[in-house]
Structures are given as C-alpha cells and as structure tokens.
Unconditional design. Sequence first.
Length: 649
Amino acid sequence: MDFFGAQARARQQSRLLGWAFALTLTLVILTLNVVVLTLLRVYFASGRHGDPFGESLLAWTIDHPGTFFITSLLVGGFIGVASLTRMLQLREGGGYVARAVGGVRVERGTPDARRRMLSNIVDEMSLASGIPAPEIYVLEQEDSINAFAAGHTPANAAVAVTRGALMKLNRDQLQGVIAHEFSHVLNGDIRISIRLMGLVFGLMAVSLAGRTLIRLARHGDKGVAPVLALGLGIAAIGQIGFWGGRLLQAWISRQRESLADASAVQFTRNPDGLRDALVRAAALSPSRRFANSAMEQVAHMLFVSGTPRLLATHPPLLQRLQALDRNINQAQLDSMMRRAQAQWRESTAAEPAPYRDATAPAEPVLPDLAPPAPRGVPASPERIAATAGLPGPQHLAFAVALRRALPEALRASAAQPEQARELLLALVVGDDADLRQKQLELVAQHLGTPQAASVRALVPAARALQPLQRLPAVLQLFAALRALPLSEQSVLSGLLRAMVRCDGKLSVFEYSLEKLAMRALNRESAATTPHGGLGIEDRIEPLGVVFAVLARHGARNAGEARRAYEAGIAPLLPRHRPAWNVIEDWVPVFDTALDSLRALQAPAKQLLIEGLVRTIAHDNWLEPEEAELLRAICGVLECPLPPVLPEAA
C-alpha cells in the first residue's frame, strides 16, 4: 500500500470527476434544448397556422440562436446553483452528511455497551493513524448492515454505522468495517465522495424541477398544456441526470473499494473480521433497502452496495472475498452465508447476555498497562515517511495500550464538549505561577470563573502526561470540540491563541497544538484541498524557513543547528537552496511557510517528510518529544503519521 500514491490517484480521480460531470451536464443541456426548441417551434408555427415541421429543428435553431443560448444558460445555471448550494451545505463536514441521512450522534462515554464498543474502536484507530477522532453516528432507522465515512479531510470527518451493523456484528467484525472506513478517510476518498454528492444533487435536481412543473400544471385551469408538456420533457430528460449521477457514483466508488479492503486488512492484520462482516452483511441484509430514502445520496460511500448490479457501487461480494482469501469459491460463500444466518437465529432465540467491551478494563488502569515510553528510537527517514497514512497492527496495539494508560480524568473529559474544551486549555497552562495566573484569568474573562476552576483542576492530570501521550490526548478532543456551537468554537480559538502567547513566547509544541486545533475547528480551512500540484522546486523559500526553524529548535548551538538544516534540506535541493540563517521572530514566517507547503503534490510531501525526519533527528535518533512534533506538523500537511515506534524506525 502507498499513501502518497493513493493521494495522487485521488487527485487524478477528482479531475476525471470534473470532466465526467461536465460531459453529463452538456448532454442534459443539449437534450433539454431539443425539447424546449421543439415546443417553441410548434407553438410559434401554430400561431401562424403554418406547418410546425416544415423547417428542420437545426435550421430553426440557427434562425433563433438566442433561444438556444438562453435555454443553455438557464439549465446550466440551474444545475450549477443547485450543486453549489449543496456543496456549501456540505462544507460543514461529515457530521452534516450523517445527520442528513438520519444519523444520531454517539457521545463518548455513553453508558450503552454497544455504542461504547463502537466509540472505543473508532478512538483506538484514530490514535493509531494519527488523525483527529472523528464524530460517530448510528443510523437508527437502518436495520441492514452498512456504514460510511464522510467529510472533506480527517479534520472534519465522521463515521456512521447502521443500527444493523451495531447490533449484528461482533467486535472483530465491526473493527474490520471501521478499518475499511478509516482507509477511505486516510486515502482521500471522502473528499471525492462529498464532492460527488454535491455534483450529483445538481444533476438530479433537473428531474425534481420537471416534477414540480407537472404538479403546477395539474392544479392550473387554462393554458396548462405547454407547461405540462415542458414539465414532462424536463422530468424525462432529468432521468439522464439521475442515471448519469448514479453511474458517476458507481464508477468512482468501485475503483476504491478493493483498495480500502486491502488497507483495512493491513491495518488490523485480521482478514477474518472483515470477511465475516461482508458475509454477515450479505446474509442478514438480503434486500438492502433503505428505510430513509436520503440514503441513496450516500450510496457511493457505503461499506456494501445497496444498488442493483448494473449501478453497483462495489465489486461483487465473491470478488471482494477472493481478494482477502483466493481459495473462497461460490459454494463456500453460500455455506458461510447459511452458517451466518443460523448463528444469528440462534443468538436472537437465546437469552441475550450482557454485552461488555473486551477492551474496557474491569478495574482502574494499573501502571503496568501503560505502553513503554522509550527515550528514543532509531530514525530512518524513509521508513518513517512510508508509514504516513498507513497504520499497521503494531500501531493499533500501541494505541489500545496508550488509550488505557491515559488518566481517567482525561478520558472522561474527552467525552463532553465543555470538558474537552477545558482539557485543551489545561494542556497549555504554563509551569510558572505568574504565567499560570494570567492564563487562568483569561479563561475566567472569556468563559467564566467556574470554567477557570475546572481548567485549574485539570492541570495536574495534563502535566502528568508523558510526551508520547500529549498529542494523542489532543487528537481525542476534537470530535467533542466540534460539537460546541460555532460561536463557542470561535471564542475557544481566540482564547487558545491568547493563552499560548501570554508570556510573549511560543514553544514549538504550543504552536503545533494551536495549529492542529485551528485546523479542526475552522470549517473553512478543513474544506480546502489537502494536496496541490506543486513540486519541491516551486517552494524553495518556504522550505528554507521550515527547515531553519526546526533545525534551530532541535539543536543545542548554532553549529549543530546548521548541520541539522543541511542534513534535511540538502537531499531535497541539492543544487540551489536558501542559505542557513537564524529566524528570530519565527512564528509568523513559519506559519506562512507551512501553509504554503500544503500546496505541494503528494509525492513531494513524501520527500518533505523524509527531510523533516533528517533535520529533527540529525543524530539518527528520534526523541519522543521530537516524534510528536513531527506528527503534529504532518497533521497540518494532511499527511497523518502513526506513532513512531521502534519497529517503524
């Protein structure tokens, strides 16, 4: 698997989607012109008592070019406005999509055992992959087994599962499903999917407009025949947009599902879980009809296809299973489906046992459950960069242990928006007594005295975090923080910015934390393109700034900083590169430079990450603090990096 290659393919697919949409739009416009021009020709000819078909349609169109252009402009504008309106609604991210199809948000820390299991699985995978914890939803109306992930980037993603999946799958099977959906998040598929939602809505809106005209004509008294004819024509032609949209959904989706299955197996190293989930979905959801008709809008995002074979958004079930185990044949598949049905009948007939999440500790976490905190790991730039976007089972196992080792107070705080906000602020409270007092006064001014007291109470637990736990704790907060009202998110952004700058200094960790938080809370930036089309040579000056700042913060003296700078940037720019210099007021220039590097194409970012590792660990050794700094920067660059472990270094 290749994360950067997947990002490049996603960018190419996005361009192809644009061309395919333009082609479908052109076909709809031309066909609708035929209907409108024919009706107008008949109408004007009948008024003069002439032969309405005495002149060819092409000749009539040439004689009346304005009619053709006005019709094309109106139709194209209508579809464009409909698509644009839908896309503006979708800028809110995956949570909006999930709610639009009947999703009910799952709160972290829910007392419901099944939903807590789902929450644990999602949080463990977000820790293992290095992305903010996504919002979680359950589609309560849907009894079939299915799921989807939606959003523009990992920063505003959401994962939704049907009630059927939640109740009919065990932990391993549900983990396979969630790993599949996480693969779509990491590979950039969700951005294409949500863009496709907006484009397809515009195409399908033509049919809706035709149906509206038909309803108006039915309620009219006189002169309704032309309106009825126009409505029938538009509704019929709207089917071109409808079926064209469905074909676009199928074409885009089928190319990505096999890759997501393979990525899920690489993530969990448990092909049986994903295989059994696929079999159960087919065996226990034979009709796959949706209770909520709005689910058709997300057909291309689903874990299993809910559409007929011609428009199927996924490869056939047997083909997907054979990709996991080449020895499976149709007879074995039929046998597995019968077994799954029998097991489900037995489980529903028996007295249900109280469910308990196998990963939940039975008692307070003991010290020996904490993951090892190595003083450092050997730093191999190529191997560390290769793990970007490609977490493995070792990262998942580490995430499970790391999550258990987090103090209970912090885990509880991550479950509620207000408490998550206070924990985020506690993480940036300084050690100096005077500084701490100033920061808490800022909290009292912006949020209130009780909230300042809560922040103060969380400071000891926040300080107890090891370097390897700090960034994971922050990433776990973002799903809850996005549940805050927009006005409160804006207040939090300003307050966090003021607190980290309260002493006139800004550490690299404080900068990275603030940057990640702003990225997660700012819906506008989260909806921007994660990767551009520029190469390394197109961003020479920003590269010089980023490497100079990182080299300075990781070195003990100027000589060591210069060597670290050259170690990282020289392989990237062997012939022409900015000279080493000390940047005193580094925050604004570093901020601008880092944002500009987001426009690099995915392969160039791979080279950049390798260079960052060479600079940060120029002595071939990566300390935990340096590893977490690297992961924070990679998060800003939309290249999520799993925990840096000895096995990956």
